[in-house]
Every structure is written in C-alpha cells, then in structure tokens.
Ligand binder design. Structure first.
Ligand SMILES: NC(=O)C1=CN([C@@H]2O[C@H](COP(=O)(O)OP(=O)(O)OC[C@H]3O[C@@H](n4cnc5c(N)ncnc54)[C@H](O)[C@@H]3O)[C@@H](O)[C@H]2O)C=CC1
Ligand SMILES: N[C@@H](CC=O)C(=O)O
Ligand code: NA
Length: 436
C-alpha cells in the first residue's frame, strides 16, 4: 500500500518534534499503522531556523494554504498555533475532505464545536491528543479507556510552564521572570506566555477535558480562570509548614447542582501523588465510578513529548481512514447528538475549603472578631496558626484553614474581615482540595 501523505503546518517546537519522531521511528510506526507515513509538504515562517533533522522529501514553503490545498496531502497536521489562521486552515482542510491532527488547545476550546460539526458533515477526523497535557495520552484514556464509567471529577496539573515555574521557585528560590524565560527557551511556553501564567492555557485544556469527561459541548467562556502570578513565597512556605503543596489545577467536577469548571492555584495535601508532580511534568487525576481514581503522568510540554502525541493521532487517523465515519470514536467521546445541556455552576455556588492569610494588629479580640464573622457565614475552621513577625512585634500573620464553604459566603466573609480596623492587609485566599 502507498504511504499516507501528510502536510505539516508549523515547523517550530512541536512541528519539528513531530517530524523527528516520525522519521526516527518510521519502521515501528509503519508496523503499527499498517501503512508508511510521509510528510510531503511543510509550512513555516522562518524556514532557515527549523529544528527538523531530516527534511528529505518535504516541500518547504511559507504558504500554509498551499500545503492544505496540495492535492497529494491526505492528512493536515496543524502546529502553527493561534485561533484565526489556524481555524481557517483547519476548516479549509475539512472542506476538502482531509483529516486533521492538531495540538492547538486554544483552537479546539474556542472553535471545537464548529470544527467537529463540520468534520462530522464531511466524514473526516479531527484529532487533538497533543492539545491536553502534551505527551500524556489523556484524551485516549478518558474517551476510550474509561468509556464504561460515569466520571465524577477530573483534576489536573495541565500547564507545564506554570508547574515548572512553581517548582523552581519553591525548590531553588528562583525568580518568577527568570524561570519563565527559561521555559520559553525550552519551548514549553505559549507564543504569548501570559496564556501560561494567567491560567488561560489550562482553561483551554480543562474545557476539552470537561467535554470528553461529561459529554457536554466545549464552553471555554464558562471556566473560572486564575493564574499563578499572585502566588507568593510566604504562601509557598506556609503551605509546606502545614503539610501542603500549592499546585495550579484545572478542576471539572459534576455535582447535583451542575458542573464546576475552574482553574486556580490550589493547596493539596503533600501526601497525594499529584502534589509531587514537579517541573514540566503534568498529571491528570480522574475519579470515575467503576474504576475509582486513576492518575496519568508525563511530560506536559516540549518538542518530542508533544510530538509523541501528535504521531499517535496520525497513526490513529491512518488506521481509521478506511472505517465508516459513523463507526469511529466520536470527537468529544459521546455521540454528537447526545451532548448534554448540563448547567455550569456559577463560581459563587462552588464549595471548597480555603487557606486564608492575613496580617493583623497583635492585640486581644482580633481573633474573636475574625472567627465571629466566619461563623456568621457558616464557615467552620479546621486550623488556625498565628505567627508573630520577627521585625515587628505589633503585627502578626494569621493563617486559617477552613472546612468546605460556598464561595459566595467566603467572598462576603473576606469583605467583612478586610473592613476590620485591626486587619492591615487584604486577605490572601487559596482554595484547598483534598482530592479524595
Ligand atoms: N510547545 C509545546 O510544548 C506545546 C505546544 N502545543 C501547541 O502546539 C502548537 C505549536 O506550538 P509550538 O510548536 O510551541 O510553537 P512554535 O512557535 O515553536 O512554532 C510555530 C510554527 O508555526 C509557524 N508559523 C506561524 N505562523 C505561520 C504562518 N502564518 N504561516 C506559516 N507558518 C507559520 C512558525 O514559523 C513556527 O514554525 C500551538 O498550538 C501550541 O499551543 C501543544 C502542546 C505542547
Ligand atoms: N504552554 C503549554 C504547552 C503545552 O500544552 C504548557 O506549558 O503546558
Ligand atoms: Na495528551
């Protein structure tokens, strides 16, 4: 049988990783796919600076549309990034009946509903394993491996850059900007790194995870999103002292009232495996009714780890090319006409525990005022720690861990606590999850 012909859009970190993995492992990949796979055309902007080790047989061009429109190309691999041009290229490929593989989580999170509808009409596959947690085969695990389960919740460290920054800051006391620059050099960060540090990239990925876990449409605009820029050394140190680690998590949870979709820094007990996932590694913990908890761990970013996921999708597409479209694995795990219109919970109705830190005047009655406000809003306290400041005997840090509370109540309590004359700084709050 003739080899399958690919058109590669993007020759950057992931594009070159994909090309290199395909070339190096071509014998085994061919034995798995049942056909040879070759890149016949590739587009990139700075063609002199690509990292592909061997471009034999590839027509290199700056014109991405010429690759999509190349009559030889049967499968388009989109690794350019962004959502405007990438959307046009992907829709053009679909309209020509070409299958698509992409690592672009922003594209899927924002335009996936449109893209999958069009793909279904045209009977083509749009595969996106590399879009979530890089090299970890998490899409396949949830969509296929857990197909017998009702999934209760998914919680993941799903941004490699952010986890790399938090780890280096905690372990080596390094400066935020310095570690971010290194993540950019290593090819982990997005073209706009605020996507990594402000939680947007993780929200893109959580949108996708929630869809395939619960059978709901992609709803990026419903994700509550916070990044890691507000995390301070003090909170990292207090977390350690209290037996926790701060991790940036994406959480999608099904409750009786609706689905929670949230991305934010989180206190996690240090004895949990996921609390010990460091550096650029990602991990996704899935709680499902039949299998119980399962944990998926691996490189969340980087050239060949992400290339590994792209190539796995290419192999899947090649294997499925001859299958009747009706009998393929549905894009979002559930048959498209069965996606549910489940309520997404407003953040103020989400219940979590909290870590609170505030600076107070060290005088009698302060604690009583704070605990009175918390009690009046149904917030019960799990632990309190008071720390005198070495340099100032008139002020102290108060650290509180609470039991589960409705977010709206916590916002109100913080408003009232901050209005106390004895409270000197805004209250720092970080949500706390036991992940049991
Ligand atoms: N870097 C990583 O570790 C991961 C990246 N991704 C995703 O993979 C995609 C690619 O990311 P990277 O490889 O890191 O980006 P990159 O910036 O290293 O590479 C982008 C490539 O696209 C080319 N390109 C951009 N605009 C173009 C245009 N108008 N015409 C032709 N070529 C154009 C650039 O020249 C470059 O070759 C993004 O969607 C990203 O979110 C997903 C998982 C991991
Ligand atoms: N910028 C992303 C790349 C992979 O998706 C990350 O750091 O996780
Ligand atoms: Na993946």
């Amino acid at each position: 049988m003739k080899p399958v012909k690919l058109g590669l859009l993007g020759l950057g970190t992931v594009g070159s990783g994909t090309a290199n993995v395909l070339k190096r492992n071509s014998d085994e990949i061919t034995r798995r796919a049942g056909r040879g796979i070759e890149i016949v055309a590739a587009a990139g902007k700075n063609l002199d600076s690509h990292q592909c080790r061997d471009v034999t047989g590839m027509r290199l061009t700056e014109d991405a549309f010429s690759v999509v429109n190349d009559p030889q190309v049967e499968v388009v691999v989109e690794l350019i990034g962004g959502t405007t041009l990438a959307r046009e290229l992907v829709l053009a490929a679909i309209d020509q009946g070409k299958h698509v593989v992409t690592a672009n989580k922003a594209l899927i999170a924002l335009h996936g509903n449109e893209i999958f509808t069009r793909a279904q009409e045209k009977g083509v596959i749009v595969a996106f394993e590399a879009a979530v947690a890089g090299g970890i085969p998490i899409i396949k695990a949830i969509r296929e491996g857990l197909a017998g389960n009702r999934i209760n919740w998914v919680a993941g460290i799903i941004n490699g850059t952010g986890n790399f920054i938090l780890t280096e800051m905690r372990d080596k006391g390094r400066d935020f900007q310095d570690v971010l620059a290194e993540a950019q050099r290593l090819g982990y960060a997005e073209a706009d790194p605020t996507f990594d540090v402000e939680g947007i990239d993780a929200a893109h990925k959580l949108t996708i995870l929630a869809s395939i876990a619960f059978g709901i449409p992609l709803q990026f605009d419903r994700v509550h999103t916070e990044g890691i820029t507000g995390i301070t050394r003090e909170d990292v140190a207090y977390a350690n002292e209290l037996g926790y680690r701060i991790k940036h998590l994406g959480i999608a949870r099904r409750t009786e009232q609706g689905i929670e979709l949230r991305v934010h820094p989180t206190f996690i007990p240090e004895r949990r495996l996921i609390a010990n996932v460091d550096g650029v590694m990602n991990a996704v913990l899935v709680s499902a009714d039949a299998v119980g908890p399962t944990l998926y761990y691996g490189a969340g970013a980087g050239s060949e780890p992400t290339g590994s996921a792209v190539v796995a999708d290419i192999v899947d597409v090649v294997r499925a090319m001859t299958t009747d479209p009706e009998n393929r694995v549905p894009h979002l795990a559930f048959q498209a006409d069965t996606l549910a219109d489940t309520t997404i919970l407003p953040m103020e109705d989400v219940k979590t525990s909290f870590y609170l830190r505030l600076r107070v005047l060290d005088r009698p009655g302060v604690m009583a005022d704070i605990t009175r406000i918390l009690a009046s809003l149904d917030i019960s306290i799990e632990a309190i720690l008071q720390k005198e400041q070495d340099d100032d005997t008139t002020e102290a840090d108060v650290i509180l861990l609470t039991h589960e509370v409705r977010e709206g109540n916590m916002i109100q309590a913080i408003r009232e606590i901050e209005a106390l004359e004895t409270v000197k700084t805004p209250v720092i709050r970080i949500r706390l999850e036991n992940l049991k």
